[in-house]
Design a protein around this ligand. Structure first.
Ligand SMILES: [Fe+2]
Length: 446
């Protein structure tokens, strides 16, 4: 007879701090004192190490965690390819191809799908690079309506930054539970096993998968030691375990393919842990926005929440950037984003509300746009006309809204699913936004 027993602690308790060294025990005394791997860990637990970086990574980058668990993670059957095509993160096409397109692309909102759980809900929209080389990113869309059963999932490919657009996620991880509410994000680092339940029904959102390194807070330079996302607002879960000897499924995403193994114990049996490698969440409402108080328009990098740096200082494999409600007060300034071409690619999504650089309703919550490397873009004609003639008093923009951007130094390809399967790409995006822009040029009288 399978036995399930939850240790009775508060379900969601958090420890605050970004890349702080945390330790947590669901039973007092479960953490060994001083030693990491004593001959007999407390209460007959197994000690297990989880490495988020090479052992020898520099101290300021080194991310390792020690777990004290009932059964080691290695105790499972052989992984077999999981061939349900509907379940592949790569959608219907196992040997997916990434299409490189110079056009500006925009998608209508992605459909809800109440028939799927988390593992089966992920669709690979696009990306760059290669998880086997630990270079690049993946961009996935999820729409789920069912709790995962006795199933756990982990990605060996990279860190998941989950941007929730609709619903609530109850994420049970090996290290504890995270409740992700609207306007919150979660980061689940590579390898950490988790299960997603949906306490408020169907969910939808976006995932940025970082194949290389881990997310960090951006440098603040002359801004100083505060503002943007403050370290204390990131929350890691406290240890929370269950003892369950029934059969569990264990899925892994490994080089963008799914594999499945079985095991006769819950993957969520970590009684205590300590270290620097753990999942966390962040409420986007806590982001402290800065901006110009005189004239002109700073680069959007001032809105960076988290960055996945490349090996080249100041250049990101992926930045996660948001456009929260904020005051605009600049004088003699065209206040919307300028027209530009960028050596970085820009994938944008909208969690809620209206984005201040576009009118006409083409960019909707749960939709997206992609302005790839050097694809020219900027405000549409309406926005340009309004902004050029506006009385420049202080105004608050983005009230009730939250747009975001995954910005990458890499060229982002789009999958067949992204282009065809969902039939959502707006053919008239360019025409609607920019082709109708008129010349205002007036040659000086000679
Ligand atoms: Fe842009």
């Amino acid at each position: 007879m399978p036995v399930t027993s939850f240790h009775v602690v508060e379900k969601y308790t958090y420890m605050n701090g970004f890349q702080s060294y945390h330790e947590s025990e669901a039973i007092k005394g479960a953490l060994p004192i001083a030693a990491n791997s004593p001959q007999k860990p407390p209460y007959g637990l197994y000690a297990e190490k989880l490495s988020g970086t090479a052992f020898t990574a520099p101290r300021h980058e080194n991310l390792q965690t020690w777990l004290y668990r009932i059964i080691p993670a290695a105790s499972h059957s052989k992984f077999e390819p999981y061939l349900n095509p509907d379940a592949q993160p790569t959608s219907d096409n196992l040997n997916f191809k990434l299409h490189q397109i110079p056009n500006q692309l925009r998608w209508d909102p992605f459909d809800m799908d109440e028939s799927k759980d988390w593992v089966h809900a992920m669709k690979y929209l696009g990306g760059a690079g290669d998880p086997t080389m630990k270079t690049g990113i993946g961009i996935l869309i999820f729409a789920a309506g069912k709790d995962m059963a006795k199933e756990a999932f982990y990605s060996a490919d990279g860190d998941f930054l989950i941007v929730l657009q609709h619903g609530v996620l109850d994420i049970q991880t090996e290290l504890g539970r995270l409740l992700i509410r609207p306007n919150e994000i979660a980061v689940i680092p590579r390898g950490i096993r988790y299960r997603v339940m949906l306490p408020e029904g169907p969910v939808r959102g976006y995932i940025l998968e970082l194949y290389q390194g881990h997310f960090q807070l951006p440098e603040l330079g002359p801004i100083g030691s505060n503002c943007l996302a403050n370290a204390r607002d990131f929350q890691a879960p406290s240890a929370f375990f269950e003892e369950d000897t029934s059969e569990w499924k264990l899925f892994t995403k490994f080089d963008n393919q799914l594999f499945l193994a079985l095991q006769k114990h819950s993957p969520f049996d970590v009684v205590a842990w300590h270290g620097l490698y753990y999942p966390y969440k962040y409420d986007l409402g806590r982001f402290s926005v800065i901006g110009s108080t005189s004239f002109d328009h700073p680069d959007p990098s001032i809105y960076t929440v988290l960055t996945g740096p490349s090996d080249h200082v100041g250049t990101a494999i992926a930045d996660f950037v948001i456009f929260p409600p904020r005051w605009l007060v600049q004088e003699d300034t065209f206040r919307p984003p300028w027209y530009h071409r960028n050596t970085m690619s820009e994938f944008m999504g909208l969690i809620q509300g209206d984005y201040d650089a576009k009118t006409g309703g083409g960019f909707k919550p749960a939709g997206a746009s992609l302005h790839n490397i050097m694809s020219a873009h900027g405000p549409d004609g309406n926005t340009r006309d309004k902004a050029s003639n506006a009385v420049l008093k202080p105004v608050k923009v983005g009230e009730g809204s939250m747009a975001f951007m995954f910005e990458s130094c890499l060229m982002v390809g789009v999958t067949d699913w992204g282009l065809e399967h969902c039939k959502k790409v707006q053919d008239d995006y360019n025409e609607q936004s920019w082709e109708s822009l008129k010349s205002n040029f007036k040659r000086p009288v000679e």
